[in-house]
Design a binder for this molecule. Sequence first.
Ligand code: HEC
Length: 481
Amino acid sequence: MMQSNAYPLLKPWSLLLAIAALVACFAACTDAGRTAEVVDLVPRVSGLPDTVTFAEVAPIIRANCMPCHREGQAGPFPLVNYTDMRRKARTIRKMVVNRWMPPWPADTAYSHFLGERALNARQIATIAKWVDQGSLIGDTTNLPPMPTTKDATMSGMHPGTREPDAVVWLPDTFHIPGDNRDRFIIAKAPFELPRDTFLSGVEFVPGNRQGVHHMNGAMISYAKGAKQDVYSGATYIDADSTQSLDAYGDLLLQNDDGTWPLLTPNMVNYLPGLSPPIYPPGIGGYHIPRSGAFLMNTLHYGPSMRDTLDRSRFNLWFSSTPPGRPMKELQLGTLGMSPVVPDLVIPPDTVMTFRTSLLIPADISVLTLNPHMHLLGKSFLAFALTPSGDTIPLVRIKEWDFRWQFAYTFPTMLHVPKNSVIHVVAVFDNTRANRNNPYDPPRTARAPVGAHMRTTDEMLQFFVNYVDYRPGDEQIGLDPE
Ligand code: HEC
């Protein structure tokens, strides 16, 4: 789809006119007008109570909204008690009838995952009716007790997960200057634990959610007695401006005798909305030493217009069982095991489709999927084609949204037979119609060249976490609860 480029000189004016119209609308389009547009979206369901009160609404909101909308989570305000919900009633109604909240980009008509959050027609109609009737409190004596999970996970995708067993903070605060530049930092978060133990999950929690764009982390394990002071050395190194030939040296990561400690690469990553999967005992997991450090090979701060601060942390969940079957990862697309076809170059004013596919040479059991694109992503589809011609649906995202980079875990292990091919089909929108387009007028976007990616580079990646297949895996549930 091409936008007309015939009148380039007129374009700024048409944009101004559009903005003027928008401003005029903000002033003139009344609430009545908006409500009228929204009413049709409320699903028609029969059998709702004549009067809907907080008692009906609270359980829906607490299960589907509160995990993010509470103290310390990603949501911009709490939705925990009656006052919170009443205050936000109109916006809540708008968000749910338009199906903007709760965010769940994966198409539930295509495949199902753990922690799936999508309201059904009855739930949406219940909330809408409650708001329309004036958000009444009603009789609250029969309300189920408040869920007790507090600061479980960053994005709230594991509402039932217990609180972390330990928290490892970065030792210092990072100052992000307001100079509108991307920053690629190498950082470390040392730790000392009471003893060696096992880990079922680890999660990176950004201190400054606006500032942190992404993070790739590894774990360093010091053998007993190999390093006296794990806290010595710098915490943050600017990878672009460091004068040192050996940034890792400045972090003083080496053992006291100068040798290098054991490194577990790619152990914990962060993207907006991404919550790391935690599996039941017997699958994945790590051994964590008494003394070590999380090494952030890349801690990417996006451009900021004002000076801000960040101090991030790692949440750890211990386990009483040793690591289970080793987790493996396929990475399709940009910087991965399969090329993007055609090359990921998206000229301005185009909507383009790209593909990548990978042959699976042995039987695998798929656990978790993570599709990844940046701001120009429009839609994403992944499926496997078996040698006998069957299609195994993986994930479909009809409307890509950069803010919600979820990791999708299947309810039970998914067997993908030997010699299947995983196919990914992704559409990118580099027109002005894409409201997330970072440039106006649009500019050519491409995959990152060299090691560092900018927010405005594009990517097409698909991560597949799996274990080697064993007969009977199809029956193994992945819910850690
Ligand atoms: C996965 C986390 C998550 C869940 C679950 C979630 N929200 Fe949100 N919500 C957010 C974040 C983050 C924002 C901030 C705005 C944004 O980035 O879109 C937000 C914004 C909002 C807003 C403000 C939108 C605006 O434009 O002012 C409302 C209202 C809202 N959410 C209601 C809900 C309701 C109602 C539910 C449940 C039905 C829900 N949210 C579930 C994370 C979540």
